[in-house]
Design a protein around this ligand. Structure first.
Ligand code: ZN
Length: 75
C-alpha cells in the first residue's frame, strides 16, 4: 500500500468544510484586529476561510462576526 504524505487539513470557520491548508485563506488576530495572512507566516491564533466564503466576507457582517469569534476577538 502506497503511503500518502501527510497533508494538513483545516476547517473553514464559516461553512465548516474541510480543506487542505493550501486551499484555505488564513487570518490571524492581532491587537483586536483581523489580519489576512497571505503568506501563511504570521504568528498568533489563526482561523481559516475557504475560497467560497472568502469573497462573501466583505459583504456579510455575519461572516465577519463569525471570523472574529473564531479568532476570539468578540467581547
Ligand atoms: Zn467556507
Amino acid at each position: 500500500m502506497p503511503k500518502k504524505g501527510h497533508i494538513p487539513e483545516r476547517t473553514c470557520v464559516i461553512c465548516k468544510k474541510k480543506e487542505i491548508k493550501d486551499k484555505l485563506i488564513r487570518f490571524v488576530a492581532k491587537n483586536q484586529e483581523v489580519l489576512l495572512d497571505e503568506m501563511g507566516i504570521l504568528p498568533g491564533r489563526g482561523a481559516y476561510l475557504c475560497m467560497e466564503c472568502f469573497p462573501k466576507l466583505k459583504e456579510s457582517l455575519k461572516f465577519q462576526k463569525k471570523l472574529r469569534r473564531a479568532l476570539r476577538l468578540e467581547v
